[in-house]
Design a protein around this ligand. Structure first.
Ligand code: ARG
Ligand code: GLU
Length: 725
């Protein structure tokens, strides 16, 4: 039966392409802003009322100047002439947590700066504006000739890129640049950013709003999460990037988003500007099969073990809950996404569809220079499989033991200082001081959020699985020796966690300050180092070598695919560079007999409200506002004629991780929402976009304004914004 199904799916794939012009599915695509003019016709046909220059321009202010890369993996947008910045609650989560303790619990209670001097600085947080992006393929490949090996080509690319980056960043404060390969190195773009490093926390709703529904609702519809937080960018008096200083002033942006109060309706055009992190839409069936049948299930199982342990301790103690909230959220997030991804790939029949495509490609490529690409990829994938499995298993097991990672971290800092002193003995004092400060910072962060029983139980659970799931031949000798010596993982853990000095903050402090010797035989340190040694010598080099060969072949396969389907509009895989996605507001049907509407309202929050369930226990103030229908100017009338407040909506924009916090923009270029999620039936869109199931989830901007206005009483922030009725 399964076989029959896949044959039918394969057959369907073939006939589809015969009777239809090869073209892109509606709304699939993450487009390069500098080339947006190529999509403009389609965008305007679907409703856009802007020109290409309004979206991206290097001559005048355009919407791109109001979008930032927030931290290392989110997006944010500027919404006032004084540098006010919106992003997701989960994107600012680490900052909110860092300012919190049991007395000032901003995660639980929210935080609102009532004046500018109450805004909280955040060490290490940066935001980057894209100044410009340019196709530099010719310059990057200068000096490259056909006879060169892949390796030689790589060094040409590296050297030329370094020169381009140097040139691009020499002229001003905060300039950063990268050269990124697109289409597996068929094209190269230079991205020049301006990075601001004084970014202060202005406001965050309580988690009971900002994380409403928690991990139960995460990746799901119907959704009611008020997933936003507010920051402000500060600059030097010249409006240029400057490190934190009380003398800095609010940044004056070239462009900021005006906010639409008109809302959205099913069918409305929307587009998204943001930094999607990583997709692989053009990979072979082999890779998709590995992801959905091997990798995702393995990672899901290992994380289930850890999550159960975390949940057990977090539900028993508020202190542990705060300490593990951020870690738990990130472990749970990917865990759930992978479930949707594996399920979506299976339902869509992506493996069979890709196989059918590959058959057609193979036939077409006979006698061309692409003839050998697929067979070669296929055999490389067969070789790579077991190593990739070992690598991912390690990353999800031994490498997740917090104590051991911490020990390795401290040891690395201490040893680096020792070797630096060896090289420059006259600088001993300053090297020791810097290293001590560094190690103490690591140590403070570790102990603040650490809870040994969770770590120890997780160690036992994941290492037991490692023992069962890994081939004996593939296990590190050290692991086999230790399990033989202790008789069980549990006994091993008992000793390791009872005797390691890295559980003792006082002793770690002495080591960090070079007052006590580094205990190189410490069991936690040895565990981390032995596993890393095994990974670095037996696993990683093979993954790297095969991965490089595969990447090289993908350059040809990608080029081949473009020649094979000359009429198809291709877009480069996401790589955390700025992209535009566009689509329309739309519900979907997740299963037979169910139809999801495209928007949710405050009524749904009240339906879910339950003081007994942590994820659904809303602030009392929200209950009161609802009871009194005290919605002020944020009230709308829903389809049933009720007065309510809009909360979230669905659309068909093609987004990925990194698009969190992205502005959702209407046909006139005004802000209507903040992107924060996808529906989990559609999370395979990183590999295959299915227009029936792939939806991004956005927060309706009017809910954000309602919370600021009515729940937080922070109306002074609204005075900075510009509204469009
Ligand atoms: N799924 C969203 C994303 O991928 C939100 C994650 C944060 N929320 C959570 N409950 N873990 O980032
Ligand atoms: N929440 C995701 C993020 O952090 C966005 C959801 C997605 O993966 O599309 O970027």
């Amino acid at each position: 039966m399964e076989r029959l199904k896949s044959i039918m799916a394969a057959a369907a794939g073939v006939s589809l392409s015969i009777c239809m012009q090869p073209q892109l599915y509606a709304d699939e695509g993450m487009w390069l802003p500098s080339l947006i003019s190529e999509r403009l016709g389609d965008m305007q046909e679907k409703g856009l009322r802007l020109d290409a220059e309004d979206i991206y321009s290097i001559n005048s202010a355009s919407l791109k100047d109001a979008v930032v890369l927030f931290g290392r993996g989110c997006t944010g947008e500027v919404i006032s002439p004084d540098g006010l910045l919106l992003t997701n609650h989960h994107c600012g989560y680490a900052q909110i947590q860092r300012h919190s303790d049991v007395e000032h619990d901003y995660l639980r209670d929210g935080f609102w700066a009532m004046s500018r001097d109450e805004e909280l600085p955040n060490e290490g947080l940066t935001v980057s504006f894209l100044e410009r992006m340019d196709d530099v393929t010719a310059r990057v490949l200068e000096g490259f000739s056909d006879g060169m090996s892949g390796h030689q080509r790589d060094s040409v690319v590296k050297a030329n890129s370094a020169a381009l980056v140097k040139e691009a960043t020499s002229g001003g404060k905060g300039l950063k640049a990268t050269v990124e390969a697109l289409y597996y190195g068929n094209q190269y773009f230079l991205f020049i950013y301006k990075e601001y490093s004084d970014v202060r926390l202005v406001g965050a709703p309580p988690s009971s709003i900002g994380k409403f529904g928690g991990d139960t609702d995460n990746w799901m519809w119907p959704r009611h999460t008020g997933d936003f937080s507010i920051f402000r960018i500060y600059a030097g008096k010249d409006n240029e990037p400057a490190p934190y200083s009380p003398d800095n002033v609010p940044y004056r942006p070239k462009k900021f988003f005006k906010i639409s109060l008109g809302g959205v309706e099913e069918g409305d055009f929307t587009f998204i500007y943001g930094f999607p992190g990583s997709t692989r839409e053009y990979v072979m069936s082999d890779e998709v099969r590995y992801v959905s049948e091997v990798s995702d299930p393995m990672k899901i199982a290992l994380r289930s073990l850890r999550l159960d342990i975390q949940d057990k301790y977090m539900s028993g103690s508020r202190d542990v809950r705060i300490r593990y909230s951020s870690k738990n959220a990130s472990v749970a997030n990917a865990w759930k996404k992978w479930q949707g991804e594996a399920g979506g790939i299976a339902r869509l029949g992506t493996v069979a569809m890709k196989e059918a495509y590959e058959k057609r490609f193979a036939r077409w490529s006979e006698g061309t220079r692409y003839e050998d690409v697929l067979p070669q990829l296929d055999s490389l994938y067969a070789l790579l499989g077991p190593y990739m499995f070992a690598r991912e298993y390690y990353m999800e097991s031994a490498n997740t033991v917090e104590l051991c990672a911490f020990a390795r971290n401290i040891a690395a800092t201490v040893r680096k200082a020792q070797s630096d002193i060896g090289k420059a003995p006259e600088q001993e004092d300053s090297i020791l001081a810097a290293s001590g400060e560094n190690a103490l910072k690591t140590s403070r962060a570790f102990f603040r959020d650490y809870y040994l029983p969770i770590d120890k139980e997780s160690f036992i659970a994941v290492m037991d699985s490692f023992d069962k799931d890994m081939d004996d031949k593939a296990k590190p000798q050290y692991f086999k020796d230790m399990t033989a010596q202790y008789g069980s993982i549990r006994n091993w853990a008992d000793t390791l966690f009872a005797t390691s000095v890295f559980t003792d903050s006082v002793k770690v402090k002495a080591i960090a300050l070079h007052q006590a010797p580094l205990p190189s035989g410490d069991p936690a340190l040895v565990f981390a180092e032995e596993f890393r040694l095994w990974y670095d010598s037996a696993i990683q080099p093979v993954c790297k070598r095969l991965g490089d060969e595969i990447a090289l072949l993908y350059r040809s396969y990608m080029q081949g695919q473009m020649e094979f389907e000359p009429d198809k509009a291709f877009y480069p895989d996401a790589n955390l560079t700025l992209r535009v996605a566009y689509g329309k507001v739309a519900g979907y049907s997740p299963a037979d007999g169910i139809i999801y509407e495209a928007s949710s309202t405050l009524e749904g929050i009240i339906e879910k409200d339950n003081p007994e369930i942590f994820d659904y226990d809303i602030p009392q103030r929200l209950r009161e506002l609802h009871a009194a229908k005290d919605y002020g100017r944020w009230a709308v009338t829903d389809s049933n004629g009720n007065t309510t407040v809009p909360v979230c909506f669905l659309a068909t924009n093609h987004t990925s991780g990194g698009n969190s916090g992205s502005p959702v923009i209407n046909a006139d270029g005004n802000l209507v929402g903040i992107n924060f999620d996808r529906v989990w039936e559609g999370t395979m869109s990183d590999i295959a976009f299915d227009p029936d199931y792939c939806r991004n989830i956005s927060l309706d901007i009017r809910y954000v304004l309602f919370i600021i206005d009515k729940l937080a009483d922070a109306g002074h922030l609204l005075d900075e914004m510009v509204f469009v009725e």
